[in-house]
Design a protein around this ligand. Structure first.
Ligand code: CU
Length: 216
């Protein structure tokens, strides 16, 4: 049996044996990374500059002005396409004056269901809402009950007076009169004939609030 003296020296551990060798690669990689960083920075500055100098490959972004829609002109407030404008009230002397009232209370009717007027004349209708409960209007149409029916339907959405914007079939119309209000409507009568007038407040014509103007 021979004697083997214990080993003297640094312990043989894998971690410590690599310490001395790892210093140089670490410094190498740090400086390499720094060098690459500086190089890429230079390239990042230099490449766009070279491309911008006379290169046709540069894509020009669309200008925002081409995308933003140009504002269109607002339509005139008084322009109602396809609608016949209300005729101007006659300014000359009145040839005939007619009194017209609604029924009182809740009755859906005119107090006068037949009026007479001369043809092609200036006529004034003194219209009174005699009801103490309901609003009413008065519309004279250019025809009979079929025309009145069409005007009444068109009036449903014609706030605030329930007078349609298209007045081609309307000879004369009051505004919507509230309880106790009155209005004088002056207009030119058409040629001889029988013309229907009605109230276009929703439901009133259907309940029979209508009459006739006999023009002679
Ligand atoms: Cu009415």
């Amino acid at each position: 049996m021979s004697y083997r003296p214990p080993r003297v020296g640094p312990p043989r551990e894998s971690g410590s044996s690599n310490t001395g060798a790892g210093v140089l690669p670490l410094r190498f990689f740090v400086s390499l990374a720094l060098g690459l960083g500086i190089l890429s920075l230079i390239l990042a500055i230099a490449i766009p500059l070279s491309r911008g100098s006379g290169s046709t490959a540069v894509v020009v972004a669309p200008t925002p002005a081409a995308v933003v829609p140009t504002p269109t002109a607002l339509p005139a407030a008084t322009a109602a396409p396809g609608a016949a404008a209300a005729p101007a009230a006659p300014s000359g002397p009145v040839d005939a004056t007619l009194d017209l009232a609604t029924a009182t209370g809740l009755t859906l009717a005119f107090a006068q269901t037949e009026l007479q007027a001369p043809a092609n004349s200036t006529v004034a209708v003194n219209f009174v809402n005699a009801s103490d409960t309901l609003p009413h209007n008065w519309i004279l149409v250019r025809g009979g009950d079929d025309v009145a029916e069409a005007v009444n339907t068109a009036a449903l959405t014609s706030l605030p007076d329930y007078v349609p914007a298209d007045r081609a079939q309307i000879i004369a119309a009051s505004r919507l009169l509230q309880v106790g209000q009155n209005e004088t409507i002056t207009f030119e009568t058409p040629e001889a004939g029988t013309y229907t007038f009605l109230c276009t407040f929703p439901g009133h014509y259907a309940a029979g609030m209508a009459g006739t103007l006999v023009v002679e």
